[in-house]
Design a protein around this ligand. Structure first.
Ligand code: VG1
Ligand code: CO
Length: 543
């Protein structure tokens, strides 16, 4: 087998974002693009020689080819072993689990998550550490630095490894171990949750619908929900992973998971509905005619997690990303738990989880997880919900309404403005940043501003600091606006505006969140001059 050293040059823009490097698939397919980034990963982690990695992803277009390139590059740089999910498939939480369970030095995940897939859509590559979590900022910083100075990369010339064939293969001196992507993950879920109680709930007639959105969770959900838990065949829909997600956006929110929303509306709905995203780390929870916002879901899970065997001794603490609603904080305060506020992106939870400071955490963007892995985990959230429903005997609506009655309700929504001109968006942030200090005391859309600032985060475990993590405006009485620019988009800029207000008394249960938040929304437009800078008055997505 020939070892080649290929000369190359730095390629602009290979800076990992909120969750790895995400670009148009065609960009990743350009000569040297993927190879430069992978070689830079090796550089950023101090070399791959002698190491064991996990490799897999959500199966999107270009994944099989990318997996073969990464294997040949790992072999060329002396990696000892790469554990690959069959056909290069691994959900993000399953990859995190394998990294931890097999004690590897880390892993590479091929995914652009909820972004569409296909030759004209998106692709992504992310490195995870030995703890199973996304590489922290220092590592991604070193990877980015390496992309700016790279002059060559190493790759072996070889036939493709047959990744459909379970077991060990050789690529030069390196072992490629092809594993069942589902088995270890399903075993872990069975350890965490009361499967007997869920089985009994289902055998008593409880029905559900899980929409895998033609993405990676199909095989996992089928094996766990229909296989181990005995849900009826057909409970899991859109269950076959497709390279282009059948042309859809595998993003579990009311806009993109319309099919689930309509199945959960009207008469004769299942008792419980759920969906997951491209790589299986996000979740959407529904009851009959009820969408549970991710922020509410996080709070409900934190309040009831002790009903699952894994968490029966209570939670060490909890955390949420800064823009996530403060419903979680209310639960934490009531239960006497510490509650941390981190920047957006799962990598910021890693240290808190590793240090045992938190057990459960989540984000408003439909990500929830715990210390069982170091990624957010869509099916885990679904199973914790089912465990809680089974143990309380309540339906989704009753559980949520009881939660609001006990802890109060935080109205919450996120408005996304996609494909905005990046320079104008930056100008908008610069302008608002320069005015922040003067906002306190002003009245906008009938609301008085109490405080306005820019969020920066000092990691309580290692003291590292992340700056410029979102502009926020707090109102008297508990309302809040947060402005951020997405770090996962691939075209122009995506402006995210997060709106929150505190509900009062009986008003809380029945009000529509968009309507309840309308004055905060108006204030958000006025304060940041959104129309002036973006030309837009209406968002593309209201999540
Ligand atoms: C978005 C979400 C963030 C999430 C990230 C990765 O980032 O807001 O909460 O952690 O996606 O999720 P951004 O920078 O676009 O706002 V996933 O499921 O795309 O790995
Ligand atoms: Co995802």
């Amino acid at each position: 087998m020939d070892m080649l050293t290929i000369e190359t040059q730095p390629i602009d823009g290979q800076k990992p974002g909120t969750s790895g490097l995400r670009k148009k698939t065609r960009t990743f397919m350009e000569p040297h693009y993927l190879e430069n980034f992978v070689e830079s990963i090796w550089a950023g982690i101090g070399g791959v020689a002698g190491k064991t990695l996990v490799l897999g992803g959500d199966g999107r277009y270009f994944s099989p080819e990318a997996a073969q390139v990464i294997l040949r590059m790992a072999a060329a740089s002396g990696a000892a072993r790469v554990i690959v999910g069959r056909n290069a498939l691994l959900s993000t939480p399953a990859a995190s689990n394998l990294i931890r369970k097999r004690g590897t030095d880390g892993g590479i995940i091929l995914s652009a998550s909820h972004n569409p897939g296909g030759p004209d859509e998106d692709f992504g590559v992310k490195f995870n550490n030995a703890n199973g979590g996304p590489a922290a900022e220092d590592v991604t910083g070193r990877i980015f630095d390496a992309t700016k100075t790279i002059t060559s990369y190493k790759i072996v010339e070889a036939q493709d490894v047959d990744l459909s064939d379970l077991g060990e293969h050789k690529l030069g001196d390196m072992v490629v171990e092809v594993v069942d992507p589902v088995a270890d993950y399903a075993d872990l879920m069975e350890e965490l949750f009361d499967f007997d109680a869920i089985r009994e709930l289902i055998s008593n007639g409880f029905t559900m619908r899980f929409d895998a959105m033609h993405a990676v969770t199909g095989p996992y959900a089928k094996a766990i929900l229909e296989g181990r838990l005995g849900a009826a065949g057909g409970t899991v829909v859109n269950a076959e992973p497709k390279p282009d997600f059948a042309g859809g956006h595998p993003d579990p929110n009311p806009i993109w998971a319309k099919e689930l929303v309509s199945a959960m509306s009207g008469d004769d709905t299942p008792d419980f509905g759920a969906a997951s995203d491209g790589d299986g780390d996000r979740n959407m929870i529904m009851g009959p005619d009820l969408y549970v916002t991710p922020s509410d879901s996080l709070a409900v899970l934190a309040a009831n997690a002790h009903l699952a065997p894994a968490y029966e001794r209570g939670l060490a603490g909890v955390a949420r990303s800064m823009p996530t609603s403060r419903a979680l904080d209310v639960v934490a305060a009531r239960k006497g738990m510490e509650c941390f506020e981190t920047p957006t992106g799962w990598k910021f939870f890693g240290n808190l989880l590793d240090a045992g400071r938190i057990t459960l955490c989540g984000e408003e963007s439909a990500g929830t997880g715990s210390d069982h892995v170091r990624e957010k985990d869509g099916l885990w959230a679904v199973l914790l919900w089912l465990n809680i429903l089974a143990r309380t005997g309540k339906g989704v609506r009753e559980l949520v309404h009881d939660h609001w009655a006990e802890y109060g309700r935080n109205f919450y929504t996120r408005h996304d403005f996609e494909g905005v001109d990046a320079d104008r968006a930056t100008e908008m942030f610069d302008d608002l940043r320069s005015r922040l200090d003067g906002l306190a005391g002003q009245e906008v859309a009938g609301r008085r501003i109490e405080e306005a600032n820019e969020f920066s985060y000092e990691d309580p475990v290692d003291g590292s600091v992340a700056r410029q993590q979102g502009l926020r405006v707090m109102f008297e009485g508990g309302g809040r606006i947060v402005y951020r620019l997405s770090g996962t988009g691939t075209v122009g800029a995506t402006l995210r505006v997060y709106l929150e207000d505190v509900g009062e008394g009986s008003d809380a249960k029945d009000r529509d969140a968009q309507e309840a938040l309308d004055d905060i929304r108006r204030a958000a437009h006025e304060i940041a001059r959104i129309e002036h800078y973006t030309g837009r008055t209406e968002p593309d997505v209201r999540a």
